[in-house]
Ligand binder design. Structure first.
Ligand SMILES: N[C@@H](CCC(=O)N[C@@H](CSC=O)C(=O)NCC(=O)O)C(=O)O
Length: 279
């Protein structure tokens, strides 16, 4: 693993690393924010999954999360959003291929050679982080849009690995959304509805109906002036699934806010405080 940048911020450190991922079969980059408390003892970690077109940098540079993370003593890890490199399959669209890994394990060629972001986020990256940095195995998971979809599905599928889940403007029901349908058709195969359901927050929540002990608290924040709200995000479908399964999901709607990091930076402190209650 190679350190490629470091910047002191709010008494802690923001650092970027590159490493060879055996799961993704390529070189990857991620960023970590270590709060000042990490100088004294291991700290818990929030994994942040970003949205379409992002790298490790969007959240770290735009969300304004470090002041609160420093105060609460929480590290933040921001991975990239897809495998990278010249031999990694790509698409002309911004919503498929590089920058659009959808946090799943692809089963279809040519994507299946590298696109295994689910395994990378759940297993390989935390193992690397926990071997390398002064962090505990207490983990929370959060994300935005495509990354909100990733955070909720990964948290729901691995309740023993995370303490809480949060999302800004998540793609709540990708099997019904154009972004999700395009990505799942390519990565998982058109017509593979049972496999698609394994990466759909609403379907996964419905499956938890008999597993009350495994439930993690989920917080969602959604801007009401988000251009993607009705066609792509569908928070009402998540609320309906949660109601039917009696699952603890809180959705906070905010007048006038859009899909951008201006919205995320306005409420990121609330998300960090939410996770601090469970870490
Ligand atoms: N390229 C498109 C949309 C790109 C976009 O809005 N990306 C969002 C995530 S959308 C869902 O996953 C994002 O986080 N962009 C990065 C940023 O720093 O804002 C377009 O241009 O409309």
């Amino acid at each position: 693993m190679e350190n490629i940048s470091k910047n002191k911020s709010f008494g802690g450190w923001h650092k970027q690393y590159s490493h060879v991922s055996s799961v993704l079969n390529c070189e990857m980059r991620f960023a970590i924010y270590l709060p000042p408390a990490a100088n004294e003892k291991p700290v818990p970690v929030l994994y942040w999954l970003s949205g379409l077109t992002c790298t490790d940098e969007n959240f770290m540079q735009k969300a304004g999360a470090f002041r609160k993370a420093a105060e609460l003593g929480i590290a933040i890890v921001a991975p990239d959003t897809s495998p990278r490199g010249d031999d990694v399959a790509d698409d002309e669209g911004y919503d498929l291929g590089k920058g659009a890994g959808f946090y799943l394990n692809a089963t279809q060629a040519p994507w299946d050679k590298h696109y295994r972001m689910y395994d990378y986020i759940v297993k390989e990256l935390p193992e690397l982080v926990e071997q390398t940095f002064p962090v505990t195995q207490q983990r929370a998971i959060a994300g935005h849009s495509m990354g909100g979809h990733g955070a909720i599905t990964i948290g729901l599928k691995n309740p023993e690995r995370y303490s809480s889940i949060s999302a800004f403007s998540p793609i709540c029901h990708p099997v019904k959304a154009p972004w999700g349908q395009k990505a799942f058709s390519a990565y998982l195969g058109a017509g593979e509805q049972a496999l698609w359901a394994e990466y759909d927050s609403c379907e996964l929540i419905r499956q938890t109906v008999n597993q009350a002990s495994d439930r993690l608290n989920i917080r969602v924040d959604q801007g009401e002036d988000d251009d993607f709200l009705q066609q792509q995000l569908m928070p009402e479908a998540l609320e309906q699934a949660a109601k039917e399964a009696d699952y603890p999901v809180e959705v906070h709607r905010h007048k006038g806010y859009d899909h951008s990091y201006y919205f995320i930076s306005s409420f990121i402190d609330d998300h960090l405080e939410f996770h601090a209650r469970f870490l």
